[in-house]
Design a protein around this ligand. Structure first.
Ligand code: ASP
Length: 329
């Protein structure tokens, strides 16, 4: 089936490089808009590798990170990204907020808005919650993961990691393996990587494979070894147990035997295949420790590094309009 998104990477003559107010998902982005975000992130990779990491272009702006679901990497990297750009960064954790007292999502959104946030970053367990808030507030909203739906900055940091290690997407075969059904990381990555022109294999047990997934332009496999054949990149996913009711897998041990990434399995992929994982990892469930820790093959810590750069790029680009940057008013 054809991917609905065309696969050209350069911004067409006269087109605005990123005409969106919010970043709620990869869905709806043009390939050149994704490429623009990746290109912009490169400068922040360079800055972040220097001892002085400040560029205060967001000075005076208030960035609110509203996290209704647990997070380590995403929350920390949004906080670091905002601080490196000079914003006043405030974190709201649902566990300590009035959400616990029964406040509705809309009331929370209205409250954040009344405090005059200039950019809001949201993670929420319900798919679509971020869009709901984006519709209610006066500032740009960034999706830091909503339910099973999307996690756009994860897909962007994954794409940046792949592009820096492997170059043009058009020549790449990328295997995404694990709990595809419940994974917002899988969904955003499928949209981004197919838009950029990669061949994407999705590998999952039948119970964790979304129906009609091939409509997204990917090739589904329930046989891990067959799906891994010749892959340039192998992206492993965690079992999203918090989104499962009932038994989707017989046991973690059997899951590892059939769908865990071991060195023998990795031999099916291309000789220098890159191993990725968005974290948090469950060692011995979806990935063997020796692969996760193999610095020759694993790009897992590099993904974390790229996360800060990508989030700096997104915060910068989405606030250009209110900062009056030329061409963005
Ligand atoms: N950290 C990623 C997410 O928030 C992946 C995961 O939790 O497994 O979706």
């Amino acid at each position: 089936m054809q991917n609905a998104i065309p696969t050209a990477a350069a911004t067409p003559e006269g087109a605005h490089p990123f005409p969106h107010r919010h970043l709620t998902g990869i869905f709806g982005l043009q390939p050149w808009e994704i490429t623009f975000l990746l290109d912009e992130a490169e400068q922040w990779v360079d800055l972040n590798r220097q001892s002085s990491k400040h560029d205060d272009r967001l000075a005076g702006l208030t960035q609110m990170n509203a996290f209704f679901e647990a997070s380590t990497r995403t929350l920390l990297s949004f906080e670091i990204a905002g601080k490196r750009l000079g914003a006043d960064v405030v974190n709201m954790h649902a566990a300590q907020s009035s959400v616990k007292k029964g406040e509705t999502l809309i009331d929370t959104a209205v409250t954040l808005n009344a405090m005059r946030a200039d950019v809001i970053v949201i993670r929420h367990q319900a798919s679509g919650a971020v869009q709901l808030i984006a519709d209610k507030v006066d500032c740009p909203v960034l999706n830091a993961g909503d339910g099973w739906h999307e996690h756009p900055t994860q897909a962007l940091l994954d794409a940046l990691t792949i592009r820096r290690r492997r170059g043009a997407f058009e020549k790449l075969r990328i295997a995404i393996c694990g709990d595809i059904l419940h994974s917002r990381v899988a969904r955003s990555n499928i949209l981004a990587l197919t838009a950029l022109g990669a061949e994407v294999h999705v590998i999952a047990p039948p119970t964790l494979m979304p129906p009609a997934i091939e409509r997204l332009g990917v090739i589904p496999f329930t046989d891990f070894d067959a799906g891994l054949e010749g892959a340039d990149v192998v992206m492993m996913l965690r079992l999203q147990n918090e989104r499962m009711q009932g038994g989707f897998i017989p046991s973690p041990r059997e899951y590892f035997a059939l769908y865990g990434l071991t060195r023998e399995r990795l031999d099916r992929a291309a000789p220098d295949a890159l191993v990725m994982h968005p974290g948090p990892m469950n060692r011995g469930v979806e990935i063997a420790s020796d692969i996760a820790d193999d610095l020759e093959r694993s790009a897992i810590t590099e993904q974390v590094e790229m996360g800060v750069a990508v989030r700096m790029a997104c915060l910068d680009i989405l606030t250009r309009k209110q900062r009056g940057v030329e061409g963005w008013a």
